[in-house]
Design a binder for this molecule. Structure first.
Ligand SMILES: [Zn+2]
Length: 189
């Protein structure tokens, strides 16, 4: 197959970011955090993140993953996780001896839920269904090496299970999300 031209890669990556942000925005309105949805992932338009993602764009796999395969690390991700509070990586404090995960504030953990749903929808397309976010969480994200506070884990477990069982509309109801946040805060904090 012919290699994509640079202009095509720029355009396609730009559209992909916009599509992801649009999905997150729509979900964030349902979830009652529209402003977080509006601001979601804006750093993806910065030079550090945009240029690396264009260089490694192939339309199938995440450019961050492909860059790591090539160089062993991704400067785009380092830039991204340090600025975007909806990522568990942002909330991992480090000192010389310890790694300490912090429970995500309410608006950021709800943004994280919207992010996960939207990312699945964009990557899976037609194949996406409401059980996908829970499957991705259980099979990949929950088990990865990033430390997560037990309350953050419990929040994701409960909310993504609700979405898998009853759909996005029930799982993203602000009243439900707030009650889960309160419950896990009382249990783990
Ligand atoms: Zn992000």
């Amino acid at each position: 197959m012919k290699e994509m031209s640079l202009v095509t890669k720029i355009w396609k990556h730009f559209c992909l970011v916009n599509k992801h942000r649009w999905y997150v925005f729509k979900l964030s309105i349902k979830a009652g955090i529209p402003w977080r949805g509006f601001l979601h992932d804006l750093s993806k338009y910065s030079w550090t993140e945009f240029s690396e993602s264009v260089k490694y764009y192939n339309g199938k796999k995440s450019p961050i993953y492909l860059c790591r395969q090539d160089k062993g690390y991704s400067l785009s991700w380092i830039h991204h996780k340090g600025r975007n509070k909806h990522h568990f990586e942002y909330w991992e404090d480090l000192d010389l001896k310890h790694r300490f995960p912090v429970f995500l504030p309410y608006k950021y953990i709800v943004e994280a839920v919207c992010d996960k749903i939207a990312a699945g929808m964009v990557y899976e397309g037609e194949k996406w269904d409401q059980t996908e976010p829970l499957r991705y969480w259980n099979n990949i994200e929950k088990k990865n090496v990033v430390l997560k506070h037990p309350a953050s884990i419990a929040f994701m477990d409960i909310v993504l299970k609700k979405i898998a069982d009853e759909g996005i509309d029930s799982g993203l109801k602000p009243k439900f999300l707030k009650s889960v946040y309160k419950k896990v805060s009382e249990e783990f904090m």
